[in-house]
Design a protein around this ligand. Sequence first.
Ligand code: GLA
Length: 592
Amino acid sequence: MGDFVVGDADFELDGRPVRLLSGALHYFRVHESQWGHRLAMLRAMGLNCVETYVPWNLHEPRPGELRDVAALGRFLDAAAEAGLWAIVRPGPYICAEWENGGLPHWLTGPLGGRIRTRDAEYLARVERWFGVLLPQVVERQIDRGGPVIMVQVENEYGSYGSDQRYLRQLAAKLRDLGVRVPLFTSDGPEDHMLTGGSVPGVLATVNFGSQAREGFATLRRHRPKGPLMCMEFWCGWFDHWGDEHVVRDPADAAAALREILAAGASVNLYMAHGGTSFAGWAGANRGGELHGGPLHPDVTSYDYDAPIDEFGRATPKFWAFREVLAAYADGPLPELPSAPPELGAGAEAELDVWTPLGEVLDVLGGPERAFGQAPTFEELDVDRGVVRYRVDVPGPRQPYPLRARGLRDRAVVHVDGVRAGVLTEDSPELPSPVAGPARVELLVESLGRVNYGPRLGEPKGLTGGVLHERQFLHGVRATGLRLDAFDDAERVRGLRGLRGLPSRAPEGEAGLYRGSLSVEGAGDAVLELPSFTRGFVWVNGFCLGRYWVLGPQESLYVPGPVLREGANEVWVLELEGVGAGASVRVSAPAAG
Ligand code: GLA
């Protein structure tokens, strides 16, 4: 039991000042059987607290259809067992390089710009969700003997909006639902962010990667009293597909951490351990001044160049941080837990059975429906996945340019069954004009919904119709395939190729590939797909996430508990086309 409060100068536990040495670790980015190891690593680094977000869209994939909300409670119990306090950031918006910033597509689709405001319909949805989620947190507050010491209101709201009424209502809702521990907000250390994003009577904290003195001075202009805390100390950073891998020098990061602590402040390392955006949940950013520029989808790995790497190993940054943090610890720091086993011998397998993508869509996708104008992914209830659009060009007519207007994000196009090109948002027109009559098929893929900035929640798919010359083509038929259709292994096995009939892919084809990897000494591994282009991969039904030949990520993390001794079933959903020799390889992770 404990009484944790925000004092005039410090956080106080039962009347004694305490400093929070916290680290972010998202339970949904780490395989559950590895939580204990990762939490012990946080303790060994010198932390006394763990912080996690909660992704609404993961837990409520369809309105009212809830999935394992209890996972949060189990994680908080694991934190308590590891001897850590816990900070919970329940959103409803979380950013976090996560699909749609954690908001469900079924919410942002119909509500558009009304999200993250006082809008009554939005708030009613949030209330219903919080009513289900918050009991996990409330039961585990510190005054009831649990680890939870603080709960965040929204997330960096001042980087997005200024609806104070919304923030106040959200804070009041958390109180109504039984949150007794301190509430807080977190924002960039800038005046407009702090005025837009903080709430009178609720602790304000700031987020930054360096220049602690300046950051806290700005916070002090807004909050003359109260404990100082950097709620997100960005000690690393994330990667985008097609960009350089980002790293931050350990000595530089350790110096920035030292500066925060020297200011007398508390800290939350973002991230202490980043983990992996399994199952295609990675989000996307938009570049450019006002975040309306080109789409930059986030890679699957959320290693984040964090002190504890994607495999759960201590990096040089870990040792540098441990040295800084040790000076603030109550006693000697615990030893590191023993490392999880790594894969013994590597293995390679040819994926020798194949089902064409069209058949995968026919069997695992929703029903094909006809629309006057092309529907969005949201209208078809597709969160992560692909949509096949089919439309006829009337004829006879001469060749004209064919364009996918408002395309998000990529389309592989066939005209009369022949591949005609790959379209993107920036290049939405087929290279050659199309004569009529013709049958056009566009396989459109979402690369992850935007998680930050004014374009948050924008829809995916053919959002502006299909144009021939400047004329709309109507009567569009569409079939959506959600990635979670692959959760039903029996249905997947019902596909022709997966029944093991001789069905080798003609070279270059998109589709679902299957093979079996024979493993000795199951343990943590990396998986590579040397001849594949872009898609998703599953091992024993567990979706490792998106792969893409574009890089910088070149292999996917396979958590040890996913692999079995002996035969392991691998599925690869290739969306663009495969080179010669469709094979996969697993091996032990390279030395860190
Ligand atoms: C912000 C958000 C986080 C995360 C970081 C960047 O601070 O609050 O969720 O997106 O940026 O990693």
